[in-house]
Design a protein around this ligand. Structure first.
Ligand SMILES: Nc1nc2c(ncn2[C@@H]2O[C@H](COP(=O)(O)OP(=O)(O)OP(=O)(O)O)[C@@H](O)[C@H]2O)c(=O)[nH]1
Ligand SMILES: [Mg+2]
Length: 339
């Protein structure tokens, strides 16, 4: 039952207002003339169906919240058993963007074999955290001496083409290798021109496969170079066009290796979805893109700990001759803890 008080200069006017606001079914509960002569009308009405279900939803939400609180209390009890230092660290890690699950794993492992008082010391805790992250997430350096065929994968706009240009520049100018660029993206307006422009700046050959049937011709470029860098469209792996082209690429380049670009801007569920789907191609590494744009890397760290794939490079800007460097896990951890 919805109860409301309404005011007006006459009974007729207030009743009219009550009916227009609450409908024809209003029931008058009381009426009063205030000292200033104003009429106060108290009316009641059955809430419409929609709002009743909103109330139920509200209740469900409240129960959900209470459940969450109880669960985290239980969890914190568990953590508390590990000691005050563990609880303190657990809460800090959650605040930095790690999920409860990963934060719990961290404190559980850190508490093993170390005196609780020791963990209270900042330098000990930092050293232990670093050891934990390094033991869980590997790093790799994919630019090896042998012939290379490197495919860059990831969502639209994550930085694939820019990163490809950066790697091409390292290969061409620092490692003095023969480089070729291939685009599997025949659809995006301007993508071919973009790659041609990069090819021209770096003075390396470029080939584009618009259609699947063109792939074998395009990959002949691999015979003439040491490093083939392959740009892909920012499509999901589930999309047939891309999946088929990538499988063909693996046939044409048996030594092909795939690298997934992830940005710290993505939500954790998006990061995990990408890691899980693209890892069906046995990812060689994850490249952390656009690391110059935020210091909030908690979700990214959480995703990497939930689905570990070695980290290789991180990109830090738009300059293709400069803004890429090997991942430093200590630096990543510092970024997370200082954010
Ligand atoms: N700040 C910053 N910007 C970057 C970085 N890498 C790429 N960008 C910018 O991000 C935008 C998209 O980069 P692209 O390389 O075109 O991204 P893409 O993944 O090839 O995009 P699609 O081809 O559309 O799938 C461009 O404006 C780049 O200059 C980086 O490390 N830091
Ligand atoms: Mg691109």
């Amino acid at each position: 039952m919805l109860v409301k008080k309404l005011y007006g200069s006459s009974m007729k006017k207030v009743l009219k207002q009550a009916k227009s606001e609450l409908g024809e079914d209003v029931v008058i509960l009381s009426q009063k003339t205030l000292p200033e002569g104003e009429i106060e009308l108290t009316v009641a009405v059955e809430p419409p169906r929609g709002s009743r279900s909103r109330d139920t939803n509200g209740l469900e939400e409240e129960i959900g919240e209470i459940k969450q609180i109880l669960l985290s209390l239980v969890e914190e009890q568990e953590v508390l058993r590990l000691g005050k230092a563990a609880l303190f660290l657990y809460q800090e890690l959650k605040q930095k963007g790690l999920s409860k699950k990963i934060a719990y794993q961290v404190v559980q492992e850190l508490s093993q074999g170390i005196e609780p008082d020791e963990l209270m010391k900042k330098e000990v805790m930092e050293k232990e955290l670093r050891r934990f992250f390094c033991s869980r997430i590997a790093t790799t350096e994919p630019l090896a001496e042998e012939k290379l065929c490197i495919g860059l994968l990831g969502r639209t706009g994550v930085g694939k083409t820019t990163t490809l240009a950066k790697l091409a520049s390292i290969e061409r100018f620092q490692r003095k290798r023969r480089v070729g660029l291939i685009s599997l993206d025949g659809e995006k307006v301007g993508s071919t021109e973009e790659l041609q422009r990069i090819g021209k700046i770096l003075d390396v050959p470029v080939a584009v496969a618009y259609e699947r049937k063109e792939l074998s011709k395009v990959f002949e470029l691999g015979d003439r170079v040491d490093t083939l860098l392959v740009d892909t469209p920012g499509k999901r792996l589930g999309e047939k066009g891309l999946r088929e082209k990538l499988f063909d690429m693996m046939t044409l380049c048996p030594h092909a290796q795939f690298h997934l670009l992830l940005s710290p801007h993505y939500r954790k569920d998006v990061l995990l979805e990408d890691l899980e789907t693209y890892d069906r191609l046995s990812l060689k590494s994850v490249i952390l893109a656009k690391m110059d744009e935020t210091r909030q890397v908690g979700s990214l760290m959480d995703a990497m700990l939930s689905h570990p794939v070695p980290l290789s490079w991180m990109t830090t800007g738009q300059n293709i001759l400069r803004d890429i460097l090997p991942v430093n896990r200590g630096m990543l951890l510092d970024m997370m803890m200082e954010a």
